[in-house]
Write a protein that binds this ligand. Structure first.
Ligand SMILES: CC[C@@H](C(=O)O)C(=O)SCCNC(=O)CCNC(=O)[C@H](O)C(C)(C)COP(=O)(O)OP(=O)(O)OC[C@H]1O[C@@H](n2cnc3c(N)ncnc32)[C@H](O)[C@@H]1OP(=O)(O)O
Ligand SMILES: [Co+2]
Length: 141
């Protein structure tokens, strides 16, 4: 059993329009803290965090045709819940653990939207849930 799994950092929500989604979370859901959207070319997405009392919603919009979420949006044109992200204290330790279990890790760790290394595990090895593993930011260790 993985004994280093930390808090749920965010719920990834894919959207065809971050602008429309921001309006929805602000005007319909009553979100009060919505951070500025920004492009993250290394991950192929435009990102915007919406704060919740206990976690964040991570709105992601495809950045170009090669985006890893392009196929998801093609299948779900209105968008939808895309991934869950858990924190771990040590990304290399977590990577070794998932690989030793035979889970399909998608690519190598890269810098994520919070500036710490992340990797993804295929939904087929995670009960149908695309899972992001993220190293906890230093100041929270
Ligand atoms: C903002 C930056 C960063 C952060 O710091 O937080 C991010 O969160 S970036 C988020 C976007 N990046 C990624 O998702 C990278 C990892 N993802 C991938 O490599 C791909 O999306 C994928 C998981 C391999 C799927 O790629 P796709 O091209 O869609 O492949 P398929 O269409 O062949 O799907 C294969 C299989 O998986 C099912 N699937 C696809 N996406 C999801 C999903 N989000 N949740 C659950 N299941 C998913 C798909 O339905 C296929 O299933 P079968 O039909 O049963 O084969
Ligand atoms: Co994410």
């Amino acid at each position: 059993m993985v004994n280093t799994l930390g808090r749920l950092n965010h719920v990834g929500v894919a959207t065809p329009s971050i602008g429309d989604s921001i309006a929805f979370y602000r005007d319909v859901m009553g979100a009060t803290t919505i951070h500025a959207a920004f492009d993250l070319p290394v991950q192929g997405v435009r990102v915007c965090f919406v704060d919740m009392p206990n976690t964040q919603i991570e709105l992601i919009e495809p950045l170009g045709e090669d985006s890893p979420i392009a196929a998801f949006i093609a299948k779900n044109p209105a968008g939808g819940q895309h991934h869950l992200c858990y924190e771990v204290p040590d990304i290399e330790e977590a990577l070794a653990w998932f690989r030793a279990k035979g889970a399909r890790v998608l690519g190598e760790p890269r810098t994520g939207a919070h500036g710490t290394p992340i990797f993804f595990v295929h939904p087929r090895d995670m009960g149908g849930v695309l899972t992001e593993i993220m190293e906890t930011p230093r100041e929270q260790h």
